[in-house]
Ligand binder design. Structure first.
Ligand SMILES: O=C(O)CCC(=O)C(=O)O
Ligand SMILES: [Fe+2]
Length: 352
């Protein structure tokens, strides 16, 4: 290893501690009561709804078992990801994402203006995905994002698509449980996702790194969408900022579970009842690591604002309404390169 590229170096206060605090408290929630049928009888799932509600409140994160996504499918996408990233840089860069169509391969992402020690492959759940052309509020022009079709590994696109369909089903169930836990009708959020959702899946590969005390696989951030469903491998590296004391807590890998976190949109809908929690991924000097987040996002024209049912005179809306698509385009653009200004953040919409 030669000189350390300064683009990867975190400011001292954001560098990871190599002594790890393992999470005891991140709840593991058994979804079997709803896995084989839809959430139709609220009384039979009361306990589950309570568990989800407290996890969202106390952690912003939880893990699920008996989630309904076939293990064999997860294994297939994990293998496909491994094979794709095992190719030469030249081969991978044939499917490079660019500012016009941000799906595909990418190895120079920046989070909070520091480069991440990772390479990714992004894939939209809908092809095409309709999205505003620019983040300018006055600009009504639309763009559409398409997915690339790498030749290797065989059936790469189909495998990802199949996996996305299953994870999406899980997301719709989780949305119902979250709605119920907020005292809303189960289907309260469904309309935002039925048509033109802008969800995407990301394959993450974190190669071994000679200076894990200086760099991060993904720098600290909050997910901007509604919900994230993350599959992490057995290596581990995800850290979550514990709300109780602001300590970074490592989420221990558990086979065949998914890690769920609420994103900024649910924070706004719930008027801060549920917060989108900061997290990051550490790298290590020996082992490569793979993870696969699915970001469940509504249609671009969704106006995100605190729900009327959850606000009143004593608890007035804490956010100004914003258009999800504009937020997303703004965020994507700034992940491309190091910038001199802070990336768009949800607190920018906070009513003082
Ligand atoms: O790889 C991980 O464990 C986390 C990835 C993540 O937070 C993200 O891609 O948004
Ligand atoms: Fe994330």
């Amino acid at each position: 290893m030669g000189e350390v590229d300064p683009a990867f170096i975190q400011d001292p206060e954001h560098r990871p501690k190599l002594s790890i605090i393992q999470a005891e408290g991140i709840p593991i929630i058994d979804l079997s009561p709803i896995t084989n049928h839809t959430v139709s009888d609220p009384s039979s799932i009361e306990g589950l709804v309570k568990e989800i509600g407290s996890a969202c409140k106390e952690w912003g994160f939880f893990q699920v078992t008996n989630h309904g996504v076939p293990l064999s499918l997860r294994q297939r996408i994990e293998e496909a990801s491994r094979l794709f990233f095992s190719q030469s840089l030249e081969e991978k860069r044939k499917y490079r994402r660019d500012e016009i169509s941000p799906s595909g391969y990418y190895d120079t992402e920046h989070t909070k203006n520091v480069r991440d020690w990772k390479e990714v492959f992004d894939f939209q759940a809908r092809d095409p995905t309709f999205i505003p052309l620019t983040s300018d509020e006055q600009d009504d022009r639309l763009n559409h994002w398409h997915n690339p079709s790498p030749e290797y590994p065989p059936h790469f696109r189909e495998t990802i698509q199949e996996y996305v369909e299953e994870v999406e089903k899980l997301c719709f169930k989780l949305l119902e449980l979250i709605a119920l836990s907020l005292g809303l009708e189960a289907k309260r959020f469904e309309e935002f996702f039925i048509k033109d959702q802008t969800s995407n899946i990301r394959l993450n590969h974190y190669p071994p790194c000679a200076y894990p005390h200086l760099a991060l696989g993904v720098g600290r951030h909050k997910d901007g969408g509604a919900l994230t469903v993350l599959a992490q491998d057995e290596v581990g590296g995800l850290e979550v900022k514990r709300k109780a004391d602001q300590e970074w807590i490592r989420v221990k890998p558990t086979p065949n579970t998914y890690i769920i976190n609420v994103g900024d949109i649910i924070q706004v809908w719930s008027n801060d009842a549920y917060e989108s929690v900061e997290h990051r991924a550490m790298v290590n000097s020996e082992k490569e690591r793979f993870s696969i987040p699915f970001f469940f996002n509504p249609a671009h024209y969704t106006e995100v604002k605190p729900l009327e049912e959850l606000t009143n005179e004593r608890n007035p809306p804490k956010y100004r309404p914003y258009k999800w698509g504009k937020f997303l385009v703004h965020r994507k653009g700034s992940n491309f390169k190091k910038q001199n200004v802070e990336n768009i953040q949800i607190y920018h919409y906070k009513i003082a």
